[in-house]
Ligand binder design. Structure first.
Ligand code: ADP
Ligand code: MG
Length: 744
């Protein structure tokens, strides 16, 4: 392709790292340069006003007018000094992306001059503008919660997430105000409101548990959920990307034969990054650092052209904001490098898909990680109680976690032999498994299960690599299992089944909620165990721990999650294997999960129904759009290419026959005939089914029909088209192939 040639020669764009006095500045100096931090605010405000602000923020209280006006003034001056012309509430509707609506700081002040009203231009930003805004919300998904006549929606500043500046047009800046998005009646219309509620519920439950087991409530008064989000993605050449309507419209290739070489050599993973990818990722990192996103890790992933970025973990709500920013900045920067980022879970058939691994833990306001096993987890009852609380949460609400990660696009990944399957189980590693089993069976721990234990360090053991020049290497007390959807990795859980494209908010919300509820159940069990006694003994705690180890045993699995043996075993254990999104969505409304979510105040009944509807509708629309796109590509690109190819073959054959020469091309001509006929028939069927499905009114019926009547036909079309791709002359084939997309 000609575009391919043009981008092959494209010299990588180089962005200079910021310097001072000719010397490169330290990364830590760049960090949060464009963030209106608490420290900046405290420098800008009189002390009593600042203290009032912090008090209201921490207590999640309504902000008084004076404080709000002062903060607004301070942030406007700060922002305008840095070139800002506009501000925007920045929020997260249920669309997988963020939303913004810009307003300028300009206002017209009316005064009376000579008995006539005059308008004097000035810059202003009031407390009420800072706190609340009213975008016309009627075009955001609401799952039927709002009718058009009460389409009001409000965005409200989330004071816990700091404001920041991003570039606007012609060198200006825009002030971003992280916000929640609620309806006229105060119901959540977004991803963030429910996440904040779930974090609050978890904090309350965990603090109570800590109090019951004897923690000092005057010092530990908050428990954060910590979240570190690993983001996987593909980078492809933009010149090739624009030639693929399927990639442009649906984010994935709907057809395309797997090339002879893809990932089987395993030579891409952790290899040296191609220079254009490196230039893109490091420029994105630079912008993200300025935005206060603590980007830390970058590396090649398993598939060719696949990469990963990961930040240092933060408080969950902030980590989610930062993940969404990461995706946006990466897309923007890639454009400058003539690349396109693909966040889809499965852009290429037969090649590894992408995930968004959510590393999750709980940490007190004093910074103690409650899932830190320490050197002696077997006697660390605080750790064990928190651990069994998570196990119990997954045991009871595994289906809900599955619902949290369900989408049309993640269906292509989950259950395929590369990603965690539709069965939710927990991996703990040999050592912790031994610890838990030993407690359950009243037996000593078999320490020999860890090889080479010499001296135990806090949180890990020392490995002997038998090379004298190597330093001592410490090893986590847990090993790794990359096939598990929910794995304990040292001092946190890694929820690996989350989709690369989706907002991490909903999966983390349901996880927080399930754990909060489970902690409350365990706290109640401890109280019962305590009875009339003044406090709990270690034995009391152990007996509750033991009860929950035994109860939740079925959810633990240490083996290969991709194997058929596990599918069978899970079935015999009674663990559900939910392969398709539709079956996962319905779990949201099951009493055990819906009841938990409403009783813990995470969702109201109508918010939950609304979410269910939005998920269903999105699923249906996603697949309908894919089906229509596929049909159009086949009709307007693939079939015409096949016809042209056949025509040139026929002409060649005729010419050869005319001079009496043999024409083995006839074989190819014959081979393509049934393939063309197949494609024509499949496309006709697809068109019929698209029409049929589009006419269905009921959301659930429509989603079911889409799953049953479009997906299988699309699969058949793909087989025929890919067969054709391997026959037709490369010069005629109208779409860039996998080998070009993945190896440019
Ligand atoms: P992996 O080996 O799983 O690829 P990475 O280093 O890529 O690990 O990512 C691990 C992620 O887990 C990082 O984002 C890191 O900050 C995060 N993390 C570490 N400790 C915690 C914790 N206590 N809570 C939440 N996330 C954590
Ligand atoms: Mg990683």
């Amino acid at each position: 392709h000609t575009t391919l040639l043009s981008t092959y020669d494209y010299p990588p764009r180089v962005v200079q790292f910021p310097t001072r006095d000719g010397k490169q500045v330290y990364t830590s100096e760049i960090f949060a340069q464009n963030v209106f931090s608490l420290r900046t605010l405290s420098n800008a405000l009189p002390k009593p006003v600042y203290e009032q602000f912090v008090k209201q923020m921490r207590g999640r209280q309504v902000m008084d007018k004076n404080t709000a006006d002062s903060v607004a003034h301070a942030v406007r001056v700060w922002a305008m000094d840095r070139g800002a012309t506009h501000f925007t509430h920045w929020f997260q509707p249920q669309t997988e992306s963020t939303a913004e609506k810009h307003d300028s700081f300009l206002s017209l002040k009316s005064t009376l001059g000579d008995g006539w009203e005059e308008h004097v231009p000035m810059d202003a930003f009031s407390g009420s503008q800072l706190i609340q805004s009213e975008p016309d919300a009627s075009s955001f998904p609401s799952g039927g919660m709002r009718t058009t006549f009460e389409a009001r929606g409000y965005t409200v500043w989330d004071t816990t997430s700091p404001m920041f500046l991003q570039s606007g047009p012609h060198g200006t800046m825009i002030l971003y105000i992280p916000s929640i998005f609620i309806s006229y009646n105060g119901e959540a219309l977004d991803e963030k409101t429910v996440l904040l509620r779930s974090a609050e519920a978890l904090s309350k439950a965990a603090v109570e548990l800590l109090n019951v087991i004897g923690n000092d409530s005057s010092t530990v008064n908050h428990v954060y959920t910590t979240l570190g989000i690993e983001q996987e993605f593909f980078l492809v050449d933009r010149g090739l990307y624009v030639l693929r309507p399927d990639l442009k419209i649906t984010g994935r290739t709907l057809i395309g034969a797997v090339p002879p070489k893809h990932q089987q050599m395993e030579d891409h993973y952790f290899g040296r990054m191609p220079s254009r990818a490196m230039a893109t990722i490091s420029e994105a990192e630079l912008e993200l650092l300025k935005l206060g996103v603590p980007v830390k890790t970058r590396h090649n992933e398993v598939a060719p052209a696949q990469f990963e970025m990961a930040p240092i973990f933060e408080d969950a709500a902030l980590a989610v904001d930062h993940n969404l920013l990461t995706m946006e900045v990466l897309s923007k920067v890639a454009h400058r490098h003539k690349l396109k980022v693909l966040f889809h879970e499965k852009p290429f058939n037969g090649v590894n898909g992408s995930g968004k691994h959510c590393n999750w833990s709980m940490s007190t306001n004093l910074g103690e990680n409650l899932l830190e096993p320490t050197a002696t987890p077997e006697s660390n009852t605080k750790f064990l109680l928190c651990l069994v609380a998570v196990l119990n949460a997954v045991y009871i609400h595994g289906d809900l976690l599955r619902a949290g990660i369900a989408s049309a696009s993640n269906d292509h990944r989950l259950g395929a032999n590369e990603a965690p399957p539709g069965i939710i189980s927990v991996f703990l590693g040999t050592h912790l498994t031994d610890v838990l089993d030993a407690i359950a069976e009243n037996r000593p721990i078999i320490r020999s299960s860890i090889p080479h234990v010499e001296h135990i360090k806090v949180g890990g053991t020392t490995l002997d690599v038998k090379i004298s020049t190597m330093p001592e290497i410490s090893r986590d007390l847990t090993d790794r299992n990359r096939t598990s959807p929910f794995a304990f990795t040292g001092n946190k859980f890694e929820f690996r089944a989350v989709g690369s494209k989706q907002s991490p908010s909903f999966p983390v919300t349901v996880l927080n909620a399930a754990v909060a509820s489970s902690i409350r159940e365990i706290t109640a069990a401890l109280r019962k165990q305590q009875g009339d006694k003044l406090s709990l003994t270690e034995d009391d705690k152990m007996s509750v721990i033991k009860e929950y180890i035994i109860k939740t045993k079925n959810i633990r699995f240490e083996g290969d999650n991709y194997s058929d043996a596990w599918v069978k075993e899970a079935e015999s254990r009674g663990l559900p294997n939910i392969k398709k999104s539709l079956d996962a969505f319905t779990k949201l409304l099951e009493p055990v999960h819906a009841g938990m979510l409403t009783q813990n105040g995470i969702f109201t009944e109508s918010e939950l129904h609304s979410r269910y509807h939005i998920l269903l509708e999105k699923y249906t629309k996603d697949i309908l759009i894919e089906a229509s796109t596929l049909r159009s590509i086949i009709m307007t690109k693939v079939l015409p290419a096949a016809y042209e190819f056949r025509k040139s073959l026929a002409e060649g054959i005729k010419a050869l026959n005319d001079i009496g020469a043999a024409a083995p091309e006839e074989n190819v001509l014959e081979q393509t005939a049934p393939a063309v006929r197949n494609l024509q028939a499949q496309i006709a069927l697809l068109a019929d089914n698209i029409a049929k499905v589009s006419a269905i009114r009921d959301a659930k019926d429509a989603a079911r029909a889409v799953q049953e009547e479009l997906l299988p036909v699309m699969e058949d079309v793909r087989v025929s088209a890919d067969f054709m791709e391997e026959l037709v002359d490369d010069k005629i084939w109208p779409l860039p192939k996998y080998s070009e997309l993945l190896f440019t």
